[in-house]
Design a protein. Structure first.
Length: 120
């Protein structure tokens, strides 16, 4: 998103919740994210998050929308078994409890005591 992107309307003002904005964001960004590696997707999601931080009128709204967007994006990509730390970090940012649990279990196996994993 560019700095000239329009302001995202308040979620609380019209009571619409995150669904319409999440659908728009996931429809817009998933095709762009699809050909990327998980490391590239994580970097792009960090940039998207930074832009949304500027676009949203409140942190509360951002914290409602972004995890829902991450879950929708994962679902649009088709969902995958976690294979790398970047993918685990993306799944951990999803609103979906199954995504978060999968990420937590993967990270515990790979980064827990005795794990043969070097953090990036």
């Amino acid at each position: 998103m560019s700095a000239a992107s329009p302001q995202i309307p308040s979620l609380t003002a019209n009571g619409s919740g995150p669904a319409p904005i999440v659908e728009e964001l996931s429809a817009r960004w998933t095709p762009i994210l699809r050909p990327m590696t998980w490391a590239q997707r994580l970097a792009a999601l960090n940039d998207i998050h930074d832009q949304l931080t500027e676009d949203f009128p409140s942190m509360e709204e951002l914290c409602e929308v972004f995890p829902n967007f991450v879950a929708a994006m994962i679902e649009r990509l088709g969902g995958f078994d976690i294979e790398c730390v970047e993918q685990a970090h993306i799944y951990a940012n999803s609103i979906d409890p199954e995504h978060r649990a999968t990420a937590g279990a993967w990270l515990a196996r790979k980064q827990g005591p005795g794990a043969q994993y070097a953090a990036m």
